[in-house]
Write a protein that binds this ligand. Structure first.
Ligand code: ZN
Length: 156
């Protein structure tokens, strides 16, 4: 994929550890735009898009906060959520103004033991940029996992 100098700069920034340890791309060798495109296609197959996922994540982070560090049941106990606050803030690598608190939200499905974790910055990256982060990145949100865990769906 041919990238403009500006796109290239963004891609390099996402791979560097300037903003977060290990960067946003993990070991992914695709360009950031290819990652975004491929994740959008995965979500589309589940009848979802990035803003629907981001909205749901925001709701769950709010629900988790009410638990003040303890598990909160959601969807009648199908999943449970918890949030943890860390010192510091994160910024958007696209250069958006604003700081995102280092809050981590954990979702667990007690029946399967499956978990999904995200930061407030993940929600912004997904909502504003459709970016779920690269494969192997510490905070990548797998779109198919998010689709399965965050939405009550009939999977037949
Ligand atoms: Zn942004």
């Amino acid at each position: 994929m041919k990238m403009s100098p500006q796109d290239k700069k963004l891609d390099e920034m996402l791979r560097s550890s300037t903003l977060v340890a290990g960067g946003f791309m993990g070991s992914d060798r695709r360009s950031v735009f290819e990652v975004i495109e491929s994740d959008a296609a995965t979500l589309e197959k589940a009848g979802l898009n990035a803003s629907m996922v981001a909205r749901r994540m925001r709701e769950l982070t709010a629900a988790a906060q009410a638990g003040l560090g303890t598990w909160v049941d959601v969807d009648h106990g199908r999943i449970r959520v918890m949030s943890e606050d860390y010192k510091g803030v994160l910024v958007c690598p696209w250069g958006h103004a604003g700081h995102y608190p280092k809050r981590i939200t954990i979702v667990e499905c007690p029946e399967t033991g499956q978990t999904l974790t995200w930061s407030d910055l993940n929600i912004h990256l997904i909502e504003a940029h459709g970016f779920f982060e690269g494969q192997g990145s510490a905070f990548r949100v797998e779109p198919d996992q998010a689709a399965a865990m965050l939405f009550e769906k009939d999977w037949d």
